[in-house]
Design a protein around this ligand. Sequence first.
Ligand code: F6R
Length: 586
Amino acid sequence: MFSSCVVLMCGIIGYIGSRKASEVITDGLKRLEYRGYDSVGIAVVGEKGLALLKEKGMVSDVSLALDFTRLEGNIGIGHTRWATHGAVCKENAHPHTDCRKDIVLVHNGVIENYMKLKSALVAKGHKFSSETDSEVLAHLIEEKTKTLPLLQAFRMAMNELEGSYAVAMISATDPEKRIFIARRNSPLIIGLGKGEMLCASDIPAMLKYTKTFVPLEDGDIAVLVRNGYKAYTLSGHETVRKQITVDWDADMAQKGGFLHFMLKEIMDQKHFIVQTLASDITEARSQIDRYKRIDIVACGTSYHTGMLFSILLQSMGKCAQAFIASDYQFVAKPDKDTLVFAISQSGETADVLSALRHAKDSRKIAITNTMGSSITSLVDSTIFLNCGPEIGVAATKTFTSQLAILSKIVYGMERLNPVSNVIGSMLEKENEIKAIAAKLVSKEHAFFIARGRSVPIAYEGSLKFKEITYIHSEAYPGGELKHGTLSLICEGTPVIALAPADESLPKLIGNIKEAKARGAFVISLTDSEDVSKESDLTIPLPKNLDPALHPFAMIVPLQLLAYHVSVLRGINPDRPRNLAKSVTVE
Ligand code: F6R
């Protein structure tokens, strides 16, 4: 029986050069593990031919247990997998091979027509050893090599695929020693080294070897040899793709002494925010002035940025609305008079990409952290966050950087000058927040409430909390509690109130009292004595803070709270269950 393997994201790395490929690949897989951590595999071609090792489990455990680096050879590919359906087992782990164990490949994405292709291949006598859609591709290429040279066989096979893919393939018997790669709706980037070439799903995996990259575009295929590469379109025409250079260094993708990437990324916000604020927003600002209707599309954490952006644009008199990207095509009719902002740290979120395709007649601007990502080719212009790679699955510094970009667009730079110090002062409260976290460890539910401009930050605080602590949590505009949710508040239920002293505070105090009267355990983020008096615990916000800075002051303690509750509950906050860093299927 065939079973579908829906892969949200996986990590791919390939190497060709003079180094020991297995060492480069194992190191790269460790850096890519945030993209998938169900199973892992490596294939290397050396003097003795093809060697392949794979198993279910985490990169560090499997690579050690199977001793990946014993494989000799200077060309190879590796994969770390994350699947939602289909067994997590050795057979389904990548790389996959054809019948002859000659073609070997790794794949990220979903081949939607794989059942049809598989039936035809089975009828021709191909024997399959896994349930995956990916293995079909190895056999399809094998079939085509019966009549075509390897490059054409690879290209023709890609032409038959429906769905999404990033693929890296080698052949045990290829006298020219090449890596064949291809992408559609799933990222794949070439790394240009000196006398060596790499490819990977993400830049951090290659930073140790190069800072110069060529992101492939949708429908591209490319052939890598030691000293260069050639890119082609699906129809076989040679093409040239833009080269980019990044100023990230390999250490940015390391924990740097912190227990988790997430904590490092929270702590780094004080510094990265300065880099982000140097980004040029003039084009975006002038487009906003030209358009009356502004749609914002995003998912998850980035959607919360979008919510705040829409509130602030509305206060400028704009007709602005934030849309959940996956629903945009069903609820909105963008036209040539619509300006669309797409917010996505990864730039690869399939829901966001399809929302942009829906807005085909509109002017489009992306806000992303990832140079060369798919989003950049679907928009008219891009603002980069410039906050370095984010490895923890839960978005932290990219959220704060997104806030910085939208705040600069709305308020201008001057009001944001103190932001780094504000973030720094909130980071200094880590020990107090850790003590509060200890009180939440064994709770089953938590509620985040706020009013007005603070509501999107409450949503984000709640999302961060639930995704890494596994404690059920919800966020509400305070006024909504009495319309239903109040029935869930009882003795000891944590209610986290975001209560900066702004025009909405008197109403929020009323909501805090309502919760308190039902026995809620209220933790407030506030600069108001009145709120502190009503609260069981207070995380103080700086006094007399410019409202433009409130979101920054509030999100940092909420990130730290989620982080510490997660760690106290014995969870790895960098890799929450069932979640992956970038979601490349709809
Ligand atoms: C939560 C989180 C996700 C992402 C969402 C969109 O911590 O990270 O909710 O925000 O999957 O991802 P991007 O911004 O890459 O489009």
